[in-house]
Ligand binder design. Structure first.
Ligand SMILES: [Zn+2]
Length: 182
């Protein structure tokens, strides 16, 4: 079972390929869960972004293709925030895609753990982690409450209510993932 969950952000496509239940859960969430942030605000931007995430979680496109599609379909010039260099700082499309891919993958894992009647989730040390990051120091290598982690994830990445409590993803290049604790 543990082989069906990603131990690192880069393992996410492989885990989706080997775990149909996880893939289905992620695809469900991508279609209706709220996504916070100015980049996806206005017009059809959020619907267009959902289509890109659906193609990624359905294994039709790679992460890099999702980033390129986001850059193209969520054209900065069409945004009501196009003049804001903080919203569209260099690398905005990569940060948005990595953040929401991590968010939806981790949300799917947490919901499956809770659906299965457990509340224990484990965060593996990632081979690609920055050892100085808060998540490496405060979350990795230990077991946490899935319901608390789910609440923090949804508040931050769904509602845009940022707290100081540790969560996954902790930052746009966070490589940590949740998996069921055995
Ligand atoms: Zn991390």
């Amino acid at each position: 079972m543990t082989a069906s969950y990603a131990k690192d952000f880069t393992d996410i496509p492989e885990s989706l390929r080997s775990n149909p239940g996880l893939k289905k859960k992620a695809l469900d969430l991508v279609q209706y869960e709220p996504v916070a942030g100015k980049v996806t605000s206005g017009g059809n931007r959020l619907d267009d972004f959902r289509e890109i995430l659906i193609d990624f979680f359905d294994l039709k496109i790679t992460l890099n293709e999702a980033i390129a599609e986001t850059e193209r379909k969520l054209d900065r010039r069409m945004s009501m925030f196009s003049a804001d260099n903080r919203v569209f700082a260099s690398g905005w499309s990569e940060r948005l895609v990595r953040t929401q891919v991590s968010r939806f993958y981790n949300q799917a894992v947490l919901e499956l753990i809770i659906d299965g009647g457990s509340d224990d989730c484990y965060v593996e040390h990632s081979a690609n982690e920055q050892s100085s990051s808060k998540c490496s120091q405060g979350l990795a290598g230990t077991t946490h409450s899935a319901s608390i982690m789910l609440e923090r994830l949804k508040l931050s990445y769904g509602e845009g209510e940022w707290g100081k409590d540790l969560k996954l993803p902790e930052h746009p290049h966070c490589t940590h993932t949740f998996s069921p604790a055995n």
